[in-house]
Every structure is written in C-alpha cells, then in structure tokens.
Ligand binder design. Sequence first.
Ligand code: CA
Length: 224
Amino acid sequence: MPSVLIVEDEPAIADTLIYALETENFAVTHVATGGEAWAHFESHAPDFVVLDIGLPDFTGFDVCRTIRQSSQVPILFLTARSSEIDQVLGLELGADDYVTKPFSPRAVVARVRAILRRGGSNSTATQHSDLLFHCCETMSIHCCNQPLDLTAYEYKILAILLEQPGRVFTREQLLIQAWDDPGSAMDRTIDAHIKSLRAKLRDVSNDAAETIQTRRGLGYALVL
Ligand code: CA
C-alpha cells in the first residue's frame, strides 16, 4: 500500500483528496503546514507527496526544495494560479507534475498512479494539457483550465462520460442516467447534445473535442 503525504491547508480540499486516495487503498497522512510536512517527511519517508503551494508558513516551493535535498520522492503540486504554474515549470524545482485547482479528486488519484507507475521522479515538471476536469462541488467542467458554459444536459452527459474514461455508453444508458424522465427523450437527443458539446470543446481545444469518440452502432466513449 503506497503511503501518500498530503500537504494542504484548505480542509475541504484535503478531505476530498484523503477520501479519494483512501478509497483507492493508499495510506494517507494529512498535514496543513510546511513545517509539519517536513517533520512527517523526515520521520516517515512517504512514497508520494501531494503538495499545495500556498501554505500558511512556508510555500510549497520551499518544502519541495527541502525535500529534494535528501529525496527523489515523487511530488505532485497543487496550484491555484497560473503564475504558480509558471514557477513550477520554470524553476526546475524537481516536482513531478502539477494539477490546477479546481480539480477532480479522481484526476489527482489517476495522476498519482501514473507517476508511481512510471517510477516516480522525472526531476522536472512535465507539462500537462489538463484537458478536462470535473469539479463535482461546483458542478462545473473545465477544459484546459477554462470553465465550460454548458447546458444542464450537456453537463450531465459529459460528467457521466468523464466518470469512466474509455467505457462505451449506449445512447440509452446516457438517457437513463442524465434525464429525469428518459421516456420523453429520444436517442437522437443524445446525438444533438454530443454535437453541441463537441463544438463547445472545440472552441477551447481541438484535442479536447476529440476526446468524445463515437463508437459506431454502439454509443459514445470519452478517451483521455
Ligand atoms: Ca493553500
């Protein structure tokens, strides 16, 4: 069971991350300051660090530098502003990756898994397009860090597809899950919403629009 240290001072964000990681069988420890992070790191040597940048005492950058003096443990930054991303990418801090708030806890878990799978530290941050993020709390979906302006049905359909990337959903399955009264809608309704969803994604990014794939004769799948 890999151990993960979460360093995050916002309790709501920490709680969703703790829940998501523990559900996936990670052993999670949470601290809210840089000082505590360093103390825990020295005594417990976790397998992975999820590190917020804006902390009450030190910055996440300071914590990362200190950790890197003695360890190549994978570090995933949580960033709140684009200026922070520039710093992550520019300073060669030895972070393995970053995610931008607001993020979906599932996406963070997927990132943690991917970094652990590839064997941890790259020593430089990799650039991610962060194509699509679903924030359940605000019921919004972000494409390339921009919030999408979606109708209720577009939102529901995309959220369903995002929940299980790679899974093919039939039109009927999408209707049943997204509509309160599926009997009143038709398969073609789904096609129309998918068409407008793709158009909205294409306005932001062609790559994002191509994540929604048509499986002819079957339905739709989202492929990240
Ligand atoms: Ca913070």
